[in-house]
Design a binder for this molecule. Structure first.
Ligand code: ATP
Ligand code: MG
Length: 328
């Protein structure tokens, strides 16, 4: 059985990009693999957070995991900072990572753009992410396309350490979907949809009701040609919407193109509102039931215990390989 690990940051506004790129895979993989799903709160403090809000956002993400269909009887669900191994391993990996390779990470460049000085945590973020993955001897990491570079770095670190210190880590692989792996912002379809983007109309949150979905889709940026045709290069807006439509329905991109031949964007967008609202309704209903339940707290407590057991074993191995500690 393969081990699967992934995480989402509790930075609020979980959107359909997160769902179609990553979360949907969480459910798909849980039947045939040993899955570990984390709420990566230590990653979220690489940018400023309000402490009270952060606590709520952690529980929001946990509830969303369950609402989309993650089954705590099959998968381990826990909060990153409840397992000290993440920070511990992160330091060890930091000492094997090069500043040159970290400064090439596009997420760091994006998130630190326009700042005179960025938090060091934003720079070392990919190392903490590598620690998250390697701590659990992970084989498969289901994520969106934007994480490709970070997964590559994680693999490089694992291979580098295995070569230098002897077999220590499993070298993981990223798992990216064909459709949904990169959902673009609705207002600016050349940027990825993001939780932290300022304009709320740039995204559809998983908990949005029909009226919010309608507003975001009807206002989304397209082009003046008015033809529903897939062409990422020249028509990024409508192509992104077609991608969303296809991901939420059983229709392929070609099916959609045929269906809306000769129709304007208005009709297409109206149908997309319906398709999206239908797909998100059950998630919202489940979420309402779970969010304030004792079950949620119990799942996180139990999950942290299980994750701790695995991570302690990995840390013993790492310390032994590196010669850390006095060797009790
Ligand atoms: P932030 O802006 O705070 O970084 P985010 O939207 O990038 O938020 P993350 O918590 O960093 O969300 O990522 C969670 C998962 O969602 C990752 O697997 C990531 O690859 C995936 N993901 C994020 N944005 C998209 C997107 N636009 N399309 C597809 N997958 C995405
Ligand atoms: Mg992100």
């Amino acid at each position: 059985m393969k081990r699967v690990f992934s995480g989402v940051q509790p930075t609020g506004n979980i959107h359909i990009g997160n769902y179609l790129g990553a979360l949907r895979q969480f459910v798909e993989l849980q039947n045939d693999n040993e899955c570990i799903y984390c709420i990566v709160d230590m990653h979220s403090i690489t940018v400023p957070q309000q402490p009270q809000e952060l606590r709520q956002h952690i529980l929001d993400v946990a509830a969303l995991y369950l609402a989309i269909g993650v089954d705590p009887k099959k998968a381990t669900v826990f909060v990153q900072s409840d397992v000290p191994g993440h920070a511990e391993l992160s330091w060890v990996l930091t000492c094997s990572a090069y500043t040159g390779e970290l400064s090439r990470m596009t997420q760091f460049k994006d998130k630190s753009k326009g700042r005179e000085s960025a938090p060091a945590g934003l720079f070392t973020y990919p190392v903490l992410m590598a620690a998250d993955i390697l701590l659990y001897d992970t084989h498969v990491v289901p994520v969106g396309n934007d994480q490709k570079q970070h997964i590559e770095l994680c693999r490089d670190l694992a291979i580098r350490i295995n070569n230098k210190y002897g077999e220590t880590f499993v070298v993981p692989e990223g798992r990216f979907l064909k459709e949904g792996a990169r959902i673009m912002a609705l207002d600016e379809p050349t940027r990825k949809m993001s939780k932290s983007a300022e304009n709320p109309l740039s995204r559809i949150s998983l908990l949005d009701d029909e009226s919010k979905i309608k507003k975001a889709i009807m206002k989304s940026t397209t082009d003046s040609e008015g033809e529903v045709r897939f062409d990422i290069e020249n028509k990024p807006g409508i192509s992104n919407l077609m991608n969303i439509y296809s991901s939420f329905s059983s229709l392929s991109i070609e099916d959609i193109q045929k269906k809306y031949q000769g129709c304007g964007y208005g009709d297409f967008k109206k149908d997309l509102v319906q398709v999206t609202a239908e797909a998100l309704r059950p998630i919202r209903e489940q979420y309402e039931e779970i969010r304030h339940s004792q079950e949620l707290i119990d799942v996180l407590k139990e999950g942290a215990e299980k994750a701790n057991d695995i991570s302690e074993k990995t840390m013993l191995r790492v310390k032994e390989r590196f010669g850390l500690g006095f060797g009790k």
